[in-house]
Design a protein. Structure first.
Length: 239
């Protein structure tokens, strides 16, 4: 987007801001999010769960294609299973996208457990992107139960890869946004889990992971993305 176009877009949104009611907002802000994570069997709090929150922008001809992230955050549960994300905003909505159902999307990971994914309730307002500010997670204040994975190693591998594909979209769908830098703990945890699966006998050539995506495309992110070198950023990764 050229500087002149950006200026006209900002001016246009500022002029229309007082007129909007039940329409797509020009600015977004979000309330803080907090909750707890507990074991589904014992009801005991789970410490060390990686929790991410992302606000997915969608656009395109039909308005449903991912076009980037408005915000990406991560944290880790403490001894009582508590996690917290601060509020943010207001931030100007990009011209090519708007927030819909993944506003936010919350993902949870801990080795040996079934991964959890949470989104807000789907309503017509959400589908149209007619969200009210400040944005709020339906799961704030709730305790999420995570169950230990009881399936086969092959099934866990498939679950692990599905989770990684979701993370890759969040971290790298717009390389110039550098959101992978906001997921340091998550990406390191994925690297450790992938290596754990390899030690259990999983063929590393059949096991994708977000850390591999970044390291294999280091030149692209260094030269094209403008985010610096993932190899230097995550230099301690064991491959």
């Amino acid at each position: 987007m050229s500087p002149l176009f950006k200026f006209r877009y900002v001016l246009f949104t500022m002029l229309l801001l007082p007129l909007q009611s039940c329409a797509v907002p020009f600015w977004y802000s979000a309330e803080p999010i907090e909750g707890w994570v507990a074991d589904a069997e014992t009801n005991q709090p789970i410490e060390g769960v990686i929790v991410t929150a992302n606000w997915q922008l969608k656009g395109g001809l039909e308005g449903g294609n991912p076009v980037g992230q408005m915000m990406v955050m991560e944290t880790v549960t403490d001894k009582i299973g508590h996690y917290y994300f601060p509020g943010w905003g207001p931030k100007l909505r990009p011209w090519n996208g708007k927030l819909k159902d993944e506003s936010p999307q919350i993902l949870m990971f801990k080795s040996g457990y079934s991964f959890a994914g949470l989104e807000n309730k789907l309503t017509m307002e959400v589908l149209r992107g007619e969200l009210e500010n400040p944005l709020r997670s339906d799961w704030t204040g709730e305790t999420i139960k995570m169950g230990k994975f009881r399936g086969t190693q092959k099934e866990y591998k498939e679950l692990f890869e599905d989770f990684n594909h979701t993370l890759e979209r969040i971290a790298t769908d717009q390389p110039t946004d550098c959101h992978w830098k906001n997921l340091q703990k998550t990406i390191r945890a994925m690297n450790q889990e992938r290596n754990r699966l390899v030690t259990l006998g999983t063929n590393p050539n059949t096991l994708s992971s977000i850390d591999n995506e970044l390291l294999m495309n280091d030149k692209f992110y260094t030269e094209k993305g403008g985010c610096g070198s993932p190899k230097k950023f995550f230099g301690e990764f064991k491959q």
